[in-house]
Design a protein. Structure first.
Length: 359
């Protein structure tokens, strides 16, 4: 194995992004892709990555992007586009200061959200004209509920726009169970359904149609489910990922792991299955539900212990001012710290701690 590549700290795109994926797959580790909805989340992710000396992926769902722009903004499509752009600009401005490499990505976009992706690409093209670099490292297009023909032809069309900017596309084959931001279904009976397990033949077809156009990654389904459910409801079968890698490698070469694989619905997964998935070439594991809970739990504990400060400006018993307790910096910071602690665990589970390529 050659010495790991060194990259400039900050947002990574294009060749640097591909080098980062290769380093993950060669080194047998993966990066957490953390959903954020505001600057508190972004700053906590950057802080956690710096603390763990790991690179990291910051991502926004369409709902997260809309929230970032402000729920009061009337035009929902514009809010989704501009919220994501604003978050990306925040990361571009700060990431370098944290001394790690940061991938910027957007999460699930189904058929109805194609205009959201196209809107962000428009801003990406504008950013590229100004700086010679794209705004985001990659976007996701999740057309797994459509026919495979439509899924792949749309992905090809969008990738043709992304490739000249040095951007990558994440696609979904097979369906991640559960529901996230109104996309997908809560129906857990689906856990036994064959479409929850991606077919290697579909992955091979995607590889043959998309790799001549540009770089892409695959969110493959191996029983993974969004959200956290009671144990026993989900049966993860990471070996399905290995079957797709082998089939593509057998037909087209590209080493043992020709595919860049993504693990959706990582929250609440058994550590052993996470490690197996990473061994089969998963370089990115999405985490949302667990970091949401970590943020809420830390703030919730503080609010319950300091109830008076969330009802009165002056303590009705002691007559003392409570400003220091209800100052948002006090409790939002606790939320950030809770998120950092949960991410410490994610960096360890994924084997990413200490492996930052920034230098
Ligand atoms: Zn997902």
């Amino acid at each position: 194995m050659s010495a790991p590549t060194r990259l400039k700290p900050g947002v990574v795109t294009g060749e640097d992004y591909r080098a980062l994926i290769a380093a993950c797959q060669d080194g047998g580790y993966a990066l957490p892709a953390v959903n954020v909805v505001g600057t508190n989340g972004i700053n906590a992710v950057l802080e956690a990555a710096a603390k763990n000396r790991s690179d990291v992926i910051v991502q926004l769902s369409n709902g997260g992007a809309r929230f970032y722009a402000g729920e009061g903004m009337k035009d929902a499509l514009q809010a989704r586009i501009l919220g994501a752009v604003s978050a990306a600009q925040h990361v571009h401005l700060l990431a370098e200061q944290y001394g790690v490499c940061v991938v910027l990505h957007t999460d699930h976009a189904n058929k109805g959200l194609i205009p959201w992706v196209e809107g962000m690409i428009g801003h990406g093209e504008e950013h590229f004209r100004r700086t010679g670099r794209p705004l985001f490292s990659s976007h996701m297009l999740d057309l797994s509920e459509e026919s495979l023909d439509f899924n792949l032809s749309e992905c090809a069309r969008v990738l043709k726009r992304l490739a000249p900017l040095g951007m990558s596309l994440e696609i979904e084959l097979g369906v991640t169970g559960g529901e996230e931001d109104g996309i997908g279904s809560e129906d857990l009976d689906a856990a036994n359904n064959a479409h929850l397990y991606t077919q290697p033949e579909d992955v091979l077809r995607a590889y043959e149609e998309l790799s001549p156009i540009g770089h892409f990654s695959v969110a493959a389904s191996f029983g993974n489910v969004h959200g956290v459910y009671a144990p026993g409801n989900v049966k993860l079968r990471p070996e399905i990922l290995g079957a797709s890698q082998s089939l593509v490698a057998e037909r087209h070469g590209g080493g043992a792991k020709p595919l860049a694989l993504v693990f959706h619905g990582g929250s609440g997964s058994e550590k052993e299955k996470i490690a197996q998935a990473v061994g089969f070439g998963v370089f990115k594991m999405n985490i949302d539900t667990d970091t949401q809970f970590a943020f809420a739990e830390s703030i919730g504990g503080f609010v319950l212990e300091n109830e008076a400060a969330f009802r009165h400006q002056i303590d009705p018993q002691s007559g003392k001012p409570l400003k220091k307790l209800y100052d948002p910096r006090k409790w939002l910071r606790l939320g950030e710290q809770g998120m950092v602690r949960r991410l410490d665990e994610a960096f360890a589970d994924l084997g990413a701690a200490g492996k930052s390529l920034a230098g």
